[in-house]
Design a protein. Sequence first.
Lengths: 136, 306
Amino acid sequence: MNIDSIKNGIVIDHITAGRAMQLYEMLGLDGLDCCVAVIQNVPSGKMGKKDIIKVDSSIDINLDLIGFFSPNATVNVIRNGKIIEKAHIDLPERLVNIIRCKNPRCITTTEQEIKHIFVRTRSGEYRCLYCETKAN
Amino acid sequence: MRHIINILDLSVEEIEELMDTADDILAHPEKYNEVCRHKILATLFFEPSTRTRLSFESAMLSLGGQVLGFSDSGSSSSAKGESVADTVTIVSGYADIIAMRHPKEGAPLVASMHSRVPVINAGDGGHYHPTQTLTDLLTIRHEKGRFENLTIGLCGDLKFGRPVHSLIEAMSRYAGVKFVLISPEELKLPSFVKQEFIKDKGIEYKQSRSLDDVIGELDILYMTRVQKERFFNEEDYLRLKDTYILTTEKMKLARPDMIVMHPLPRVNEISTAVDDDPRACYFRQAYYGRFVRMALIMKLLGVRAK
């Protein structure tokens, strides 16, 4: 299967296989009016298989969100058909307004306009800043 | 400006300093009865807690300060839908320090993000209750004379019992401490508390469903109430509430110098007949609470006795 190369835009590569559609929705790519390609189960030497998202437009994307959902992903910025920047995504220290706390006793369930913040612990898991419930 | 949301907001040295101040207040209360003159404590209690609220208010009044506040959310603007952030923004213009209890976990942290004066967490749901822990620590220091080399049995609701989590966090910083976790399967200590504050620190611990089997090993028995308000399902509460009842018979199995602590209020988990045993120190524990809160208020307001 061939997907055309893009001239100006971004390519999110090495997405954990099966997560591209979820990431597509979380990044709000469904709201764009440019070409967006979601390619799933691409053969990969390192990963066995991977997903890729290509966006044919230069947009700002939330790297923390990508890092949380697919920590091995890379983001390539394309200008005039060439990669001008390649970002390896690390697990972010904090997730702000990316996921919500599911603890019904947490203040985030009732407090209006509060930022939903999760903090990465020493063991690498994310816990709600307010009630310390583990992110699911 | 400091806020105290979690007991770990205080270093071991700061805790020692608070204990020393509390001891001095106990010995010389007259030195302290004007140190907070013209200062105001706001007690914002979004859920009822007679003991903690009165202890805070008594502490501030004993320091010569004044108190304002409310004792349940029905008598506050939160009943009209006001956010914690807005309430605290307003109140921090009326008071010099705030003590807040709230049923939602993390509410005092939110308050501290919006307050212009120090916020003390007076209990947030099943989460933290640092001044209870300070009370517990002062009790241990008075009754046992040390924090090191103690075997501490924690009995009852270890899942929702916030004093238990905070006490483990605080005591895990001292050498030679060993924990004995006594609970039914459904109320076991949350795995992340066990991992972070016991296993990761290499602290010796054991788990038991039976109080009788382990009571003879303990220097301290910390009893807790199975709290009805923490259950979504009344059936579970009724099934678990009477799992452990400390009686004079069980006390015969304990060491002569073991102490029994309880954050109170108790329901029936300690028989009233145990109250006469000199090892029962839960009423002395409640008494100490006022003095350690006095010490904490002074520290956060930056005032000292002359």
